[in-house]
Design a binder for this molecule. Sequence first.
Ligand SMILES: [Zn+2]
Length: 54
Amino acid sequence: MSDDPDVGGEPELVVRCAECGNTYPAQRGDDGGFRPIGTAAGTCSCGSSEFEQV
Ligand SMILES: [Zn+2]
């Protein structure tokens, strides 16, 4: 009913930035990587795009 595919949907897991340690709710991407929710272009605020699951 309230699906909003452009915004990323429900977070499935939590990831931590490999560089600065910030954590984000995230989804698993189609390529098997992580897609943090609420960040620009799927990168951390520090600019890193490497995340590990918490
Ligand atoms: Zn970071």
